[in-house]
Design a protein around this ligand. Structure first.
Ligand SMILES: Cc1cc2nc3c(=O)[nH]c(=O)nc-3n(C[C@H](O)[C@H](O)[C@H](O)COP(=O)(O)OP(=O)(O)OC[C@H]3O[C@@H](n4cnc5c(N)ncnc54)[C@H](O)[C@@H]3O)c2cc1C
Length: 381
């Protein structure tokens, strides 16, 4: 199968367990194309309009990281154009250093033009989902771990506006694709996203956030524990809304994502949530997921829990983000570079032990820094 569209993206199914795909392909198009062949990607982040090149550069992960790993774990090889213009094939045998530096390397080693990725059988667009409400942080963490034993895609939403005695309460959701819908319609059929009303951002404040979270928590506990969902609702919840970022108008928002080792995760998550809640508005979205260890030199995944918080951009948010970065470093964790806006070179070095290898390689292949970004300039990469 060859798909060739206006964006010059293409996908070739080379055999039933891998594909060769252009880096310009979006996940939305790729998943739709693969579904027609009864196939899918084992790992997808929660964003359909990202490109293959972008998710490889971030070594993105999904809600099934403990089961399947990150993009790197399902990548057989990449074709890379180096800053010199030379084109090279990289995998775990050939140019292994470039492979490990590029996946997760935020585009700083060159342009990925093509990748060979693993694919698996696609079970259809439905999922059986378990939804559990949890009264506090300890049980949110415990349920997250337990649900991960029986479901593939698992994440917890926490309510940062809950009263002190219910601090860390949340909704833990875990699901696995199934084929209960039958074989007749196995495509994704991505729903048309609902438009987000303009001007809604004006209503976002501490009272409305508290009201929304309280309603969401109580409503989740009222329906059946086991439900049937569309898989896209489980994997790409935000893509159900077009323009959802309008809620943060006019100033936008930051997303802070960190990884906390298991040994200290309960008290570290408590501290990080308290810091994030010290601003003008509590975080609008807080999500926890489990992770296993990763591999690439600047890859984010490592054993532990990952905490993601959406923080509305206010006057005090840069300071809050800096305090979060500092606390993550003190807990022996790391911040996800794909979401970072405030890390410093010193904190980066504490968080990513393979940084010296990355810098040595970058100096070798790009001594004049032909490739640079705001991130690379701020972090001395
Ligand atoms: C709504 C939302 C949900 C998300 N959910 C998740 C999630 O669940 N898990 C997760 O891990 N991440 C998640 N992300 C982050 C996302 O995976 C990364 O930001 C990813 O890099 C986005 O890809 P993009 O194509 O938009 O890249 P861009 O934003 O265009 O670029 C991101 C980086 O990739 C580099 N890059 C892009 N293309 C190439 C290429 N061809 N060769 C080399 N470098 C390249 C760029 O230089 C840049 O450094 C989410 C993001 C959003 C907006």
């Amino acid at each position: 199968m060859l798909l060739d569209g206006p964006q010059r993206s293409s996908t070739t199914v080379s055999n039933s367990d891998s594909i060769v795909v252009s880096s310009a392909e979006t996940l939305r198009r790729l998943l739709s194309t693969l579904a027609n062949e009864g196939l899918t990607l084992p790992v997808v982040p929660g964003v359909l309009d990202a490109t293959v090149g972008g998710v490889l550069a971030a070594d993105a992960h999904g809600k099934n990281h403990p089961v399947r790993g990150s993009l790197r774990d399902v990548t057989r090889s990449i074709r890379l154009v180096l800053p010199s213009g030379e084109e090279v094939e990289c995998d775990r045998d050939r140019n292994q250093d470039l492979f490990e530096a590029t996946i997760g390397g935020m585009g700083l080693t060159g342009m990925i033009v093509e990748a060979q990725l693993d694919v698996i059988a696609y079970g259809g667009p439905n999922a059986s989902v378990e939804v559990l409400t949890t009264p506090d942080l300890e049980s949110s963490l415990e349920q997250l771990r337990q649900l991960g034993q029986r479901q593939e895609h698992v994440a917890a939403w926490l309510d940062p506006t809950a009263p002190d005695d219910a601090f860390g309460r949340g909704i833990v959701v875990g699901g696995t694709a199934n084929n209960h819908g039958g074989n007749e319609n196995r495509s994704w059929n991505f729903s048309r996203a609902l438009p987000f009303p303009p001007g809604l951002g004006g209503f976002l404040g501490p009272t409305t956030l508290r009201w929304h979270n309280n309603f969401r928590y109580r409503f989740a506990g009222r329906s059946d524990r086991v439900r049937s969902w569309k898989l896209e609702q489980l994997l790409f919840p935000l893509d159900r809304w077009s323009n959802w970022k309008r809620i943060y108008q006019p100033r936008g928002f930051h997303q802070h994502q960190s990884l906390i080792p298991h040994s200290c995760c309960q008290q570290a998550i408590k501290k990080l949530l308290k810091i994030a809640c010290s601003g003008a508005l509590e975080p609008t979205l807080v999500v926890l997921k489990c992770m296993r260890s990763g591999g690439g030199w600047l890859s984010f995944p490592e054993q532990g829990m990952t905490l993601t918080m959406d923080i509305r951009a206010d006057e005090d948010s840069p300071e809050i983000l800096r305090r979060l970065d500092q606390e993550v470093a003190e807990q022996g964790g790391r911040v996800y570079l794909a979401k970072d806006t405030t890390l410093t070179p010193e904190l980066l070095a504490r968080m990513y032990p393979d940084l010296p290898r990355f810098l040595e390689l970058r100096q070798r292949i790009d001594p004049d820094r032909k490739i640079a970004s705001d991130l690379s300039r701020r972090l001395d990469l």
